[in-house]
Design a protein around this ligand. Sequence first.
Ligand SMILES: *[C@@H]1O[C@H](CO)[C@@H](O)[C@H](O)[C@H]1NC(C)=O
Ligand SMILES: *[C@@H]1O[C@H](CO)[C@@H](O)[C@H](O)[C@H]1NC(C)=O
Length: 540
Amino acid sequence: MRDLCFFTIFILGLLLPGVHGEDPYRFYTWKVTYGDIYPLGVKQQGILINGQFPGPQIDAVTNDNLIISVYNYLREPFLISWSGLQQRRNSWQDGMYGTNCPIPPGRNMTYALQVKDQIGSFFYFPSLAFHKAAGGFGGIRILSRPRIPVPFPAPSGDFTVLAGDWFKRDHAVLKGILDRGHNLPFPDGLLINGRGWNGYTFQVDQGKTYRFRISNVGLTTSINFRIQGHKMKLVEVEGSHTLQNTYSALDIHLGQSYSVLVTADQPPQDYYVVVSSRFTSPVLTTTAILHYSWSTKGLSGPPPGGPTIQVDWSLNQARSIRWNLTASGPRPNPQGSYHYGLITTSRTITLANSAPMINGKQRYAVNSVSFVPASTPLKLADYFKIPGVFNLGSIPSYPTWGNGYLQTSVMHADFRSYVEIVFQNWEDIVQSWHIDGYSFFVMGMDGGQWTPASRASYNLRDTVARCTVQVYPKAWTAIYMALDNVGMWNVRSENWARQYLGQQFYLRVFSPANSWRDELPIPKNALLCGRASGRHTRPL
Ligand SMILES: *[C@@H]1O[C@H](CO)[C@@H](O)[C@H](O)[C@H]1NC(C)=O
Ligand SMILES: *[C@@H]1O[C@H](CO)[C@@H](O)[C@H](O)[C@H]1NC(C)=O
């Protein structure tokens, strides 16, 4: 049995160059199906993974190899992507349509990922069509390796909280609304771990401390998270250990993940765990239950209120979230991380979101370019040198303020450069931006137009590195990012209607060296489609 296992690993090592023999392996087999779910009391078609909604949790340790075989039993193509997993040198496994061919109905694909040098809380989600509105997402937690000190005592339990807005309408109906050129209607409610009002219970023992890893897996709204009568000590943001500030309510924008420690230090009874929508009218609210073991006293009083439309409250909270410089742990960029604020950037990219009408339809754009997918994944077109799929420089790296237009937009970037990216939001709704393959330093954010003078307000000392950042209405957010990961990486709005209708592009981080040290070779099992059909992943 043991020999067989080693043999399997040996074979996989040959098949899947993304994995590394010296680090442990974890194997997953996932069957993706449609199934009935009733999260808001009405029957819906959900996307289940191994029969579950939300999908199974991935538990890993830094540097583990994850071998995940996904069997697509839906009636349509399917892909899973991994929000926040950095996929070092390996955009082949990113699971976005620009990097991977969809898994056709009835077929399977095996992802081989390594969670290299990462810790923290993340999630996976279905990336094609509007599948995310049907579920198919789940939590990912990456623990520190044994003997690596963690800057807080081991909690007595570790809860995943996948929360976000939800629609009663089928994902295909929502997609149809978007395809016809309309924005989505207002969501019907909020869910916590796939359940509506008091549908989910977190059980705690009095006196003990628990970790809650909260991700906003919703489609369109920021949320606020709080627990009646309890304080939350923030310890981690998307892989960065933070200064351990205490909060009574925490804003979580689309696609973001936070870890807090909560001590069950109140009289034993049931308490509300509350999630409400931010910057919306009306305000949506849902609750789960924090249940003290052995207690028989139920919920009492109304669920605690939280901030609703206040932007300053959120901005001040965002500025209070800082890195614990003395805590050890893997860092996004070991050389630069202690001095990230002192390194000179070689380029400033400014990205402005907009909501143009194009050909009479609502679209969303970055620097006036509204992304349209190509029939061949961009990464494969690049690898096989298939012309005419995309052009480098098909999106300007600063706002042009011209009319919106459709384009398969790819921006070029130099491997090993250190760049400043300014997200400029002139719209009156909060934005949430995610960059695949990277963790970046959040330098600053403020109202109005960014100018070079805005750099005077940057946090050059102890900001967090993360993968998803908000931009407040009529405001800017600036980040620094070390382009140390070769690949074709999706940069996108985490507002799922906006990304679907074009608020995204790909960043091609290129190394001319063409060396396996810089980028892993194409997997032998890579699916091929579009104009890459019939090509060979290895020279004949
Ligand atoms: C999984 O996919 C591979 C390659 O496409 C195929 O050879 C294999 O038969 C598939 N397995 C199943 C159980 O469908
Ligand atoms: C930072 O981490 C250190 C070392 O692990 C820990 O002792 C300390 O309490 C943390 N500091 C704050 C302010 O969170």
